[in-house]
Design a protein around this ligand. Structure first.
Ligand code: TA6
Length: 293
């Protein structure tokens, strides 16, 4: 892998990663395994992402934390029964990192992945994909791009499955979802077409939460311990997933400490309910951006 002066190859919890940083002190780390952002620290020293202390870091399983990429399916909703793993397979592939760039108060690096005999055995479509991580003071954007390099159109679903760190889930609120319709994956797991409407006012957490909100056009805000994180996403990603496993489900996750659910919430920018169809030769991209107040 090549890294420019502004992107350094580092070992991070045993994973080969690329680090980008700014003179102001902001820093982000992305793993070659899965092109998964594992850390974003703003200049004030605050770590913004949750990375499970029990995450599997040897490349044998997806990493629990940071920003896993879900492609070409979300959970097992789109391509189930065809042998594609839950949340797809790119989060378990080793990506290549390109030259990093820094110009003033902006640093970025792009990782890439192309279909291979291994991926074609899982999902029979040729693609090339890239993930660009862009860092500015107090702001991080992840952009995923994919191109259909086969002769046939194919559909896919997608999510940037971001794990955000919170001090205490019981005192955490999410603003900006009032009035949006959602599918409740806890109450209606077997009825994916059922919808409820989110009440006005902030969403708080009183138990297992697993929802796919649709029609997301305005920013969402994560509010905890007196700090706010503003989250925006591209028009190509109309859905937002909110996930917290709470105590019972968390206890079944081997790569989570028993109290890990108290310190994280996933706020994911996604395209789930209406899969994207990509024609031969066509490209698509989607991004999620975080701004710390
Ligand atoms: O995004 C929410 C979700 O689909 C949940 O249903 C939950 O299972 C979570 O993702 C984690 O999935 P994983 O395969 O990473 O354990």
């Amino acid at each position: 892998m090549t890294a420019g002066a502004s992107a350094t190859t580092i070992d991070f919890h045993g994973q080969r990663c690329v680090e980008i940083s700014l003179p102001q002190g902001d820093r982000a780390v992305i793993s070659l395994f899965g092109a998964q952002v594992l850390s974003w620290r703003t200049a004030d020293g605050t770590e913004r992402f949750f990375l499970s202390p029990k995450a599997v870091m040897d490349g044998s399983a997806p990493i629990r934390g940071g920003v896993p990429i879900c492609f070409p399916q979300f959970n097992q909703r789109a391509l189930s029964g065809r042998g594609v793993p839950r949340h797809g397979f790119v989060r378990e592939q080793v990506w290549s990192a390109g030259q990093g760039q820094r110009s003033g108060a902006l640093a970025e690096v792009t990782l890439s992945l192309a279909s291979s005999p291994e991926t074609l055995a899982i999902w029979p479509h040729s693609f090339s994909a890239n993930l660009t991580l862009r860092l500015e003071p107090n702001t991080l954007r992840t952009t995923f791009g994919v191109r259909n390099i086969s002769d046939l159109a194919w559909p896919f679903a997608f999510a940037l499955h971001s794990y955000l760190a919170v001090d205490d889930i019981a005192a955490t609120k999410v603003h900006g979802l009032g009035g949006r319709t959602f599918w409740d994956g806890v109450k209606n797991l077997r009825e994916p077409h059922l919808r409820a409407v989110q009440h006005e006012g902030p969403l708080d957490f009183n138990g297992e939460t697993d929802r796919v909100y649709e029609g997301i056009h305005a920013p969402i805000e994560l509010d905890h311990a007196g700090t706010r994180l503003r989250i925006t996403q591209s028009e190509s990603l109309p859905d937002a997933v909110v996930w917290n496993p709470a105590a019972k489900l968390c206890a079944t996750l081997e790569d989570m400490p028993s109290d890990g659910w108290k310190r994280m919430v996933c706020l994911e920018a996604a395209r789930i309910n209406v899969p994207q169809v990509l024609s031969a030769g066509q490209s698509w991209s989607g991004w999620q951006q975080f701004e710390a107040a």
